[in-house]
Design a binder for this molecule. Structure first.
Ligand code: TNX
Length: 551
C-alpha cells in the first residue's frame, strides 16, 4: 500500500488474532522514543533481544537497558499466575508500557501484540523517515491462546524453499502467534534433509529432472531440473531461529508411502521382487506414487539411522512419520511382503502398515519422543501413545480422541491452503475445494460430537501448505495469505460457534492487517481478486470442470 495512504483503523488497533480482552483504548498516545529504556526481568531476555532488533530496524529505537523514568520505560516481566503463553500488555502515558507474561513465550506473544499496535511501519526493516517515534493508544490487553498446537505445515519436498524462505516463514508465523512449523521434509518428489550416513538421499534424492506443471492432470512438464536440501547446519539454524520465536519445528519423515525419492537414492529400500527399483527416478509428477518401502528389517534399520540424525537435530517432543496414502499393490504382489505378513500373523497389508508405524512408535517412545502420523495410521490399529493429524476430514480425529489419543485437526475440507480460495478460473491453480477467507474463519477445530473429556485430546489445529502448485515465494504468499491470518485467529482466540463468528469484524481488522502484510512484503491474494500477474497462466489451460479435489 502506498505510504501516503492513511492507515485504516479498527477498534482496538485491529489486532489479529483477536485477544481475550481489551480495556481501552483511552484518549491520547503512549510514545516510544530515543529515550525509551527497556527493562527486562528473568526469562524475558529473548523477547528483549527480539524487540531491540525489530523496533531498532523499524524505527531506529536504541532501547538501552532500563529501567528509566516510568513514562519512558518498556518493561518486560513474568507473572506465574498467568498461563505460560498468556500475557498482559498495559500502556499508559505516565506509567509507560509493561508486558507481563505467564512464561517467556507469553512475553513474546505480548511483544507481537505491541508490534501490531505500533502500526504498519513496525513491520518494516528500516525507518521510512529519521527520528519518527512510534506510539500506541493507552490500553490494557489480556490474552492467552485457546490451543497449545497452532501450526502450519510447510511442504518443502514438492517444491524446495531455500533456507531464507523458511526463516521468513517463521517470522510470519510468529507475527500471527502460531507456534508449530511442521516441516514436510521427504516425499516422492524430493528428499530435503542432509543425512550424513546416507549421502545419496540428498545427492540423488534431492533432485528431479523435471516437474509437472499445475495439477496432475495437466499434460505439461516444465522440462527443467528442480531441487535442493537443507544441510544439518541449515536445520540447526532453522530450529534455533524458531526457538527464539517460541516455535517448535516438527520434522516429518514420511514412511512407508511417499518414499520414491528415498527409493530412487537407495533402490534396496523398495519392493525389489516386484519392480526394478534401480531404474526409479525421483518422481516428476503429482499424486501418490505406487513405489513404497519394502517391509524388511533392513528398511527399518535404515530409517532408524535416519531418525537417529533427525532426533539429534530437532528437539521437538513430536516426530511425524507420515503414514498417509500408502498404496498396498506392491505389498500384495511381493513374496517378501506376504512372507512377512504370514510370519508375524498380521492382518493383511493394513497390518503391515501398522507394523511399520508401531515399530517407530516404540522406537521413538524409547527415546523420549512421541509419534504423530496422518489419520491413515488408524487403519490397522493405532499404536499406543501415537497422536493423529486428522486430514481426511474430522472422522479420524473423532475416532482417535474417543479412543484416548491426542489429535491435531487439519481437515483438507477446511484448512488446506493449497486449495483455491475463490471459485473464479482466474485463481492461479484452481485445485481442491473452494475455501474462502470466511470459510477458514468459520472452521471449528473441536468436533461437536466429542465430550469435554475427549475434546481435551484436541491439542490444536494446523493449516497445511502443500506445494505441488507453489513453485515460488510469490505463489506461496498468495495461497497462504490472507487465509493464514483468519486461521491464526481460529487457533488462538476463543471464538463463538462458527455461525456466530463476526466476519464483518474480521474484515475491518483485516483492513488494518493488510497494511502490516504490505509492510512485510507479503504477496497475499487481494480482497478484489488476483492482480494481473497473479492470475492463472494461460499455459495451464482451463480448469477441469467438475473435477474432484486435487486433480
Ligand atoms: C494430500 S495430506 C496429501 C498430500 C498432498 C495434498 C494436496 C496428506 C497426508 N496427503 O500428499 O500434497 O493432499 O492437497
Amino acid at each position: 500500500m502506498p505510504d501516503t495512504d492513511p492507515t485504516p483503523t479498527a477498534p482496538g488497533g485491529g489486532l489479529i488474532p483477536a485477544p481475550l480482552s481489551i480495556d481501552g483504548p483511552g484518549r491520547g498516545t503512549v510514545r516510544l522514543g530515543q529515550d525509551t529504556a527497556l527493562a527486562t526481568g528473568p526469562g524475558t531476555e529473548g523477547t528483549a533481544r527480539w524487540l531491540r532488533a525489530t523496533l531498532g530496524e523499524a524505527f531506529g529505537l536504541p532501547l538501552p537497558p532500563g529501567p528509566g523514568p516510568a513514562a519512558h520505560t518498556l518493561a518486560l516481566g513474568l507473572d506465574p499466575a498467568l498461563p505460560p503463553e498468556g500475557y498482559r500488555l498495559a500502556a499508559d502515558a505516565r506509567r509507560g508500557v509493561r508486558i507481563t507474561g505467564g512464561g517467556p513465550a507469553g512475553v513474546f506473544w505480548g511483544a507481537q501484540t505491541l508490534r501490531q499496535l505500533l502500526g504498519p511501519q513496525a513491520f518494516r526493516r528500516a525507518p521510512l523517515a529519521p527520528g519518527q517515534e512510534p506510539a500506541l493508544p493507552p490500553l490494557t490487553v489480556e490474552d492467552a491462546p485457546r490451543f497449545g498446537w497452532r501450526g502450519m505445515l510447510l511442504d518443502v519436498a514438492r517444491h524446495f524453499l531455500p533456507k531464507d524462505g523458511v526463516l521468513r516463514c517463521l517470522d510470519l508465523l510468529a507475527a500471527h502467534k502460531l507456534n508449530v512449523l511442521h516441516l514436510h521434509l521427504t516425499d516422492d518428489q524430493g528428499w530435503r534433509i542432509e543425512i550424513r550416513r546416507y549421502p545419496k538421499l540428498t545427492g540423488t534424492g534431492a533432485w528431479r529432472e523435471r516437474t509437472k506443471l499445475g495439477h496432475r492432470a495437466s499434460p505439461l512438464w516444465d522440462e527443467r531440473p528442480h531441487g535442493g536440501y537443507y544441510t544439518q547446519d541449515d536445520i540447526r539454524e532453522i530450529v534455533a531461529y524458531a526457538a527464539q520465536r517460541h516455535i517448535t519445528v516438527v520434522p516429518e519423515i514420511d514412511i512407508p508411502g511417499h518414499s520414491q525419492a528415498a527409493i530412487a537414492a537407495y533402490p534396496a529400500l523398495g519392493n525389489t521382487d516386484v519392480v526394478d527399483t534401480t531404474s526409479l527416478k525421483v518422481w516428476d509428477t503429482w499424486g501418490v506414487s505406487p513405489n513404497v518401502l519394502a517391509p524388511t528389517d533392513s528398511t527399518l534399520r535404515f530409517y532408524e539411522h535416519v531418525l537417529d540424525e533427525v532426533l539429534a537435530l530437532f528437539p521437538s517432543p513430536f516426530v511425524h512419520i507420515g503414514g498417509d496414502e500408502c498404496p498396498k499393490d506392491q505389498w500384495r504382489a511381493s513374496a517378501t511382503a506376504q512372507a512377512r505378513i504370514a510370519e508375524l500373523s498380521l492382518a493383511g497389508e493394513d497390518g503391515l502398515q501398522s507394523w511399520f508405524i508401531r515399530h517407530f512408535d516404540r522406537w521413538l517412545t524409547a527415546r523420549g519422543r512421541r509419534l504423530i502420523g496422518w489419520d491413515e495410521i488408524l487403519e490397522g490399529g493405532l499404536a499406543e501413545g501415537a497422536a493423529v493429524a486428522s486430514w481426511r476430514g474430522r472422522a479420524g480425529g473423532v475416532a482417535a480422541a474417543k479412543s484416548g489419543h491426542d489429535v491435531v485437526m487439519c481437515p483438507e475440507q477446511q484448512v488446506y491452503l493449497d486449495h483455491r480460495q475463490h471459485p473464479s478460473p482466474d485463481e492461479p491453480v484452481p485445485i481442491g475445494f473452494v475455501r474462502t477467507l470466511e470459510d477458514v474463519y468459520r472452521f471449528e477445530p473441536v468436533p461437536t460430537e466429542l465430550t469435554p473429556e475427549q475434546a481435551a485430546h484436541v491439542l490444536g489445529t494446523q493449516a497445511n501448505v502443500w506445494t505441488e502448485v507453489m513453485d515460488s515465494q510469490q505463489r506461496l504468499d498468495y495461497q497462504v495469505f490472507p487465509r493464514l491470518a483468519a486461521f491464526a485467529e481460529v487457533a488462538w482466540s476463543r471464538l463463538p460457534a462458527p455461525a456466530e463468528r463476526d466476519y464483518q469484524d474480521l474484515t475491518r481488522r483485516m483492513a488494518v492487517h493488510y497494511t502490516r502484510l504490505d509492510a512485510l512484503g507479503v504477496g497475499y491474494r487481494p480482497p478484489g481478486g488476483p492482480l494481473p500477474w497473479q492470475k492463472r497462466p494461460g499455459v495451464l489451460g482451463r480448469p477441469i470442470d467438475g473435477a474432484p479435489p486435487n486433480v
